[in-house]
Design a protein around this ligand. Structure first.
Ligand SMILES: NC(=O)C1=CN([C@@H]2O[C@H](COP(=O)(O)OP(=O)(O)OC[C@H]3O[C@@H](n4cnc5c(N)ncnc54)[C@H](O)[C@@H]3O)[C@@H](O)[C@H]2O)C=CC1
Ligand SMILES: Nc1nc(O)c(N)c(N[C@@H]2O[C@H](COP(=O)(O)O)[C@@H](O)[C@H]2O)n1
Length: 218
């Protein structure tokens, strides 16, 4: 029988000051060795989740390319179904299984746009995608391990709702700065440290000047 909630790993590369992108949208913080590590991890999970802004800013493929292995299912959280028909995600949906999770706020025209592609559209949630219910639906499809690859707003939602189990963060040797640049965790944030999830450091791996930190939620 499928678990009611998949094992959820939050994954990102951050600068020393905790940013995941520069003000112009440059987010390539990992080294070539770290991208190989990331792609090995991708090949072992059932699905990769990202938020709409990450698709708009990065135009990612979310595939396994730097190692051999199977592509996980790509799951995009896009409440209003706004991602572009020209995005690599939709353009490659014939070859790579793709789920677009939307909420009831999606317009007819955006639903029609998505339905022109061979993607599965999951409608859940009133305003935003209901992540908890989505995870249950993914679990029912036998998707037991999910990698959340950002961005900061989606990371906050998983943390706030206590829906993650593990974090794998690459600390990259850069300083980005900026009052308005995107951090690993966006949203309103916790008002007290006591409200933060408690994490146990499971391992540290050094890849030259990059450190890969693996935390488990206590
Ligand atoms: N360095 C790294 O490892 C990574 C960097 N990034 C960077 O992060 C940036 C994007 O991050 P953000 O702007 O924070 O956006 P995001 O990628 O977290 O997407 C947020 C959007 O998701 C949609 N959404 C759907 N359901 C939602 C829900 N239940 N709750 C909240 N939002 C929901 C909303 O439209 C919301 O605006 C990009 O610049 C990207 O390059 C993203 C991933 C990894
Ligand atoms: N772990 C990690 N390190 C970085 O340096 C990154 N920029 C990201 N970004 C995530 O990977 C997506 C890009 O994937 P593709 O190379 O297009 O397959 C990007 O959209 C982020 O989710 N992650």
């Amino acid at each position: 029988m499928a678990n009611s909630k998949p094992h959820v790993i939050l994954s990102a590369a951050i600068s020393i000051d905790g940013k995941i992108s520069t003000r112009s949208g440059d987010s390539k913080l990992s080294s070539s060795e770290d991208f190989i590590r990331l792609h090995k991890l991708r090949s072992k999970v059932d699905g990769i989740i990202v938020g709409k802004n990450t698709v708009i800013k990065d135009n990612p493929l979310l595939t396994v390319r730097h190692t051999k292995g199977k592509n996980p299912v790509r799951i995009i959280l896009d409440s209003k179904g706004n991602i572009s028909s020209k995005s690599k995600i939709l353009q490659t949906s014939k070859q790579i299984p793709t789920i677009i999770a939307v909420s009831k706020t999606i317009s007819k025209s955006n639903l029609q746009k998505l339905n022109k592609f061979p993607v599965e559209v999951i409608i859940t949630g009133e305003k935003s995608v209901n992540i908890k219910s989505l995870l249950k639906k993914l679990s029912a499809k036998d998707m037991n391990t999910l990698l959340v690859e950002g961005g900061g707003t989606i990371n906050w939602e998983f943390i706030k709702q206590n829906l993650f189990d593990e974090m794998i963060i690459t600390l990259s040797p850069y300083l980005i700065g900026g009052n308005n640049t995107i951090s690993l965790v966006q949203g309103i944030g916790f008002d007290k440290i006591s409200k933060s999830p408690h994490l146990r450091l499971k391992s540290i791996k050094r890849l030259k000047n990059h450190l890969v930190l693996n935390y488990l939620k206590v």
